[in-house]
Design a protein around this ligand. Structure first.
Ligand SMILES: *Cc1c(COP(=O)(O)O)cnc(C)c1O
Length: 225
């Protein structure tokens, strides 16, 4: 399927989800996750009107960035090794995977301006998933106050791979409640307005539960080309 057709379908689903919960479609940023696909396919997404691209590995990120450049926003969504920070820091618009002090320290050191970061949270407590535990997040956000180049713009999670809608809603709701609590502290270094949650399988539910940034790979650009 052409990306354009997939995007039209996804936008209809987003519109319906927004209607279900009284939100505006303009509040949702669609990040096209291009980690499975070629540069050509990523370009096709941009031509279809996508303004935000996401990659989860440094190599794929740089390859796509070099081919496409600054006409879109660049999201780093995968676990990030500290030693690789310097290679992407000037290209990245937002990092969705801030999950430890050593990474915050490295981002702070390597950037010469504040970097918009989502703190990644392992809400479902699956061992295979990255991210802080729910009860570690507030202290972590407090700690990064000392790092002038870290701006905590929101929280990110990956929901468990399941069709159990109530379970998914539960995960998204917990993240939202934590986001609300942090946002309501009105801290300059952590406005914490955003929620990066929802992928191909669960983005409609995520939107109903408050997602502002959805990360869509397979159903938008495909698994492979
Ligand atoms: C791959 C990936 C996605 C997109 O997953 P799909 O199920 O293909 O939509 C979203 N977020 C992260 C962190 C990913 O690694």
């Amino acid at each position: 399927m052409a990306v354009k057709e997939n995007l039209a379908e996804i936008k209809e689903t987003i519109a319906q989800a927004c209607e279900n919960c009284g939100r505006s479609i303009d509040d949702i940023t669609i990040i096209a996750v291009t980690k499975y696909v070629t540069i050509e396919r990523a370009k096709e997404a941009v031509e279809a009107g996508i303004k935000d691209l996401g990659e989860n590995r440094k190599e794929g990120f740089l390859e796509k960035y070099e081919a496409i450049g600054d006409e879109v926003n660049w999201h780093f969504i995968g676990s990030l090794q500290s030693r690789k920070v310097k290679e992407i820091i000037n290209e990245v618009t937002m990092i969705h995977s801030l999950d430890r002090k050593s990474l915050a320290k490295e981002i702070n050191k390597r950037s010469n301006k504040p970097v918009k970061c989502f703190v990644q949270v392992n809400v479902s407590e699956e061992e295979s998933k990255h991210g802080l535990q729910m009860d570690e997040v507030e202290d972590f956000v407090e700690m990064v106050k000392d790092y002038e180049n870290i701006k905590v713009v929101g929280l990110m999670t990956m929901a468990p791979h399941t069709d159990d809608e109530e379970k998914l809603r539960g995960v998204f709701r917990q993240l939202r409640a934590l986001r609300d609590r942090l946002r309501d502290k009105h801290q300059a270094h952590a406005p914490c307005e955003y929620l990066s949650m929802g992928m191909s399988n669960d983005y409609a539910i995520a939107i109903e539960e408050g997602a502002t940034h959805i990360r869509i790979g397979s159903s938008l650009v495909g698994q492979q080309n």
